[in-house]
Every structure is written in C-alpha cells, then in structure tokens.
Ligand binder design. Structure first.
Ligand SMILES: Cc1cc2nc3c(=O)[nH]c(=O)nc-3n(C[C@H](O)[C@H](O)[C@H](O)COP(=O)(O)OP(=O)(O)OC[C@H]3O[C@@H](n4cnc5c(N)ncnc54)[C@H](O)[C@@H]3O)c2cc1C
Length: 365
C-alpha cells in the first residue's frame, strides 16, 4: 500500500448515489476517496431514464415522496452549477409527465392536493394541449406539468469532472471485498488492489450492496431488478413530453432521441438484453407515439436497479459497526431521489440536524 492519499471517508460504488454522496461530503470539507469496481457511472445510473419523479408518485410512501420533493426543488440549480463548472450540460428540462389509463385517479388527485403538487385531470381533446404530436386518446389522463428530466450519462460525466476539481480521489478497477473493524468500528476496507484505511466508509454499491454486506450482518434487503430500454433516433421536436401508459414510458431528449422503457424483471444479476423485451418495447413505442414506427432504433440496453421494499432507500449507519454507512436501494428512482438521499447521508455522517425523518431510512427500520 504505497502513496495512498489520506482520506476521511471511503465511498464504495461510483454510480450516481456514490458520486452524489461524495459531492455532499466534500462540500462539508471531508477528504473523500471513491472506490469503483469497474469505471464510474456505467451501471444502473447510466442505464436509467432520468425522470425526476417517481412514476405514479401517489403510490409511494412519504419517505420516498419527501426525498423526491427536495430534489425536485433543487435539481435545476445543481444541473446549472455542474454545467458551469464542467462545461457538460446535464440537460435538465421540465418535460412534464402525462399518464394515460390510470385506474386510481381519485387516489392520485387526493395525494396531489394533500402534498400541494400540481396534477391535473385531462379529458380527451385536452391531451393535445400537452403535446400536439400525441395521437388522440379516449378517456381521462393525468398531467404533472412540473415533472422534469435529466440526461443521466451527461449528469454523471459532469459530476465526475466537478468532483475531481474538488479533490475527490477516484480509484477505478478497485473492487471492495470486505471490511476490517476493531472494537465495533470500521477501520479499513479490503480490495483487489490492497487495503484502504478510513474511519468512515459508505456503501453505495447499488444492486450489489446486499452482497457486499452479507458477511457482516445488519441485513439490508436489496435485489437486482433488470430494466431494459430502447433508444430511437428521431428528429428534435418529435415529442415534447414524457408519456406513460401501463407502467411503460417514452422520454424525449433535446436532440430528438426518444427513450422507451422499461421492463421490470427479477432475473438475478443477469444484465443481458432479450428480443422479447425489444419487441414489447417496440409495441409500447408505436402505441404511445405512432410516429416512432418508422424511426430507427439505435440502441438497446439493460441495467440492474437496486430493488428495495416499497422503493425506500437505506440511508444510515450500520447498527453494529460504527463508521460504516449505507446509501443504497433506490430502486426505480435513484436519479430523482439521489440528491436528497446524499443530503440525508451527509446529515447523518456529519451529525447535523436533519430536515428529514432519518429513522425511516435506517437499516434497522
Ligand atoms: C432501465 C432503467 C430505468 C431507470 N429510470 C429511472 C428514472 O427515470 N428515474 C430515476 O430516478 N431512476 C431511474 N432508474 C433507477 C436508477 O437508475 C437507480 O436507482 C440508480 O441509478 C441507482 O444508483 P446507484 O449508484 O445506487 O447504482 P449503480 O449506478 O448501479 O452504481 C453502483 C456502483 O457500485 C459499483 N460496485 C458494486 N459493487 C462494488 C464493489 N464491491 N466494489 C466497488 N464498486 C462496486 C458498481 O460497479 C456500480 O458502478 C432506472 C434504472 C434502470 C435500470
């Protein structure tokens, strides 16, 4: 172990959650080293759609809605700051979210009123008001005009660059294998490239987090949930809004690309793509936006979401090992929840008073 930078905190996992955690801690003056098994930002965080709201948000517990709301109020500012500092535009934009064929509309409207969220019920012809490109739908739809999106790969690149500017040390191709502890405190982690010492360690290893913690107890329950996506290369302006129906969606990017997603598959750590999913997503695309029928599909990929019960992430200190923290299990909403989740982690690590009810995210909740 030669010439390692002294560090106050090791973060395990270079996805969005690990990098946003690093961002939060480095702002508070900590020296942070991030350990990544492969290359940063190549797993679930890269694969995601970047919608900055849970889908059908009224179906989630307050623990999720509170994180989403905090991030929704601040993501634009973060994106602008990262763009300014890095020269990479994460392309934050308020596309709005149109949801068709929603069965529990009354619950949605009640939730929106209770939480003071803008959510409108549109009927038939009113849907064209959201996006003239959409075909005529019969029946009522729900419209959330304030929902924004961000382009994950760009967000990750910008964040990485800014973290480097701020002194975060990145150790890639470094897989964490286990932890060392003394008298109930974490002291170091063992990796494929030797031992790294620190008195604080954050596990932000996405779908692999449970595996990493399996040997030391204090169980968290996270399972990989595969999601497949198709990418169409359309012309700019082809679609303006995010549209959903029966759990599937189309997301317009600024340059005309349209993402179509996604599957929800419990197949273990298998990240392969399937022709069945491609066909199903093509059907979704053509139904939601018939103009896509003649547009070329340029990419098809899969990512492994860190699935957790009700989508509530684990954010907190290990009950038996002081200095060992987790920030993981964001399931379908890690991009939208990640900024607030890093804030909660920062509150806990730095023993700050928190605006959040942190016990709801604890490992032993
Ligand atoms: C198809 C799809 C669509 C999605 N759409 C959206 C969306 O629209 N909006 C939204 O908010 N969310 C969305 N998500 C979910 C979101 O992408 C995830 O919740 C989020 O990216 C999780 O981030 P993470 O950093 O925890 O995980 P990851 O991005 O998977 O990062 C974990 C990292 O840890 C590393 N790692 C693992 N084990 C080790 C180890 N032992 N040592 C070192 N490093 C290790 C991995 O290599 C990886 O880089 C989507 C996900 C998918 C797959």
């Amino acid at each position: 172990m030669v010439g390692r930078a002294a560090t106050d905190c090791l973060i395990i996992g270079g996805g969005l959650i690990g990098m946003l955690s690093a961002y939060e801690l480095v702002q508070a003056g900590m020296r942070v080293t991030l350990l990544e098994r492969g290359r940063t930002g190549q797993e679930s965080s890269w694969a995601g759609g970047g919608i900055l709201s849970p889908l059908y948000p009224w179906r989630y517990p307050d623990a999720v809605s509170d994180l989403a709301r905090w991030g929704q109020a601040r993501y634009q500012g973060l994106a602008e700051f990262l763009f300014e500092q890095s020269g990479i535009d994460p392309e934050w934009q308020p596309s709005g979210l149109l949801m068709l064929a929603v069965a529990d509309q009354a619950a949605a409207l009640a939730w929106a009123e209770h939480r003071a969220v803008t959510l409108e019920r549109l009927v038939d012809g009113e849907i064209a008001r959201c996006d003239a490109a959409l075909p005529a739908y019969s029946g009522a739809a729900l419209w959330m005009p304030d929902v924004a999106q961000i382009r994950n790969p760009r967000l990750l690149s910008a964040l990485r660059k800014v973290l480097e500017q701020q002194g975060v040390v990145f150790e890639e191709q470094t897989e964490v294998l286990g932890f060392q502890q003394q008298a109930g405190r974490v002291t170091a982690v063992e990796t494929t490239r030797g031992v790294y010492q620190a008195s604080k360690v954050v596990v932000a290893s996405g779908a692999w987090s449970q595996m990493l913690l399996a040997d030391i107890g204090g169980a968290i329950e996270i399972e990989p949930v595969r999601g497949q996506m198709l990418l169409y290369k359309g012309e700019p302006g082809l679609l303006k809004t995010i549209v959903m129906s029966y759990g599937h969606y189309v997301i317009p990017r600024r340059d005309g690309h349209v993402l179509v997603g996604s599957t929800v598959e419990y197949v273990g750590f298998d990240k392969s793509t399937t022709t069945t999913a491609a066909e199903a997503l093509r059907q979704v695309a053509q139904t939601l936006l018939p103009a896509l029928t003649d547009v070329e599909v340029v990419q098809h990929w899969a990512g492994l979401r860190p699935g957790s019960a009700k989508g509530v992430p684990y954010i907190g200190e290990h009950p038996d090992i002081a200095g060992l923290y987790v920030n993981t299990g964001h399931f379908r909403n890690g991009v939208g929840l990640g900024y607030a989740s890093a804030k909660v982690l920062g509150d806990i690590v730095l023993e700050r008073e928190s605006d959040f009810e942190v016990s709801r995210y604890a490992i032993e909740r």
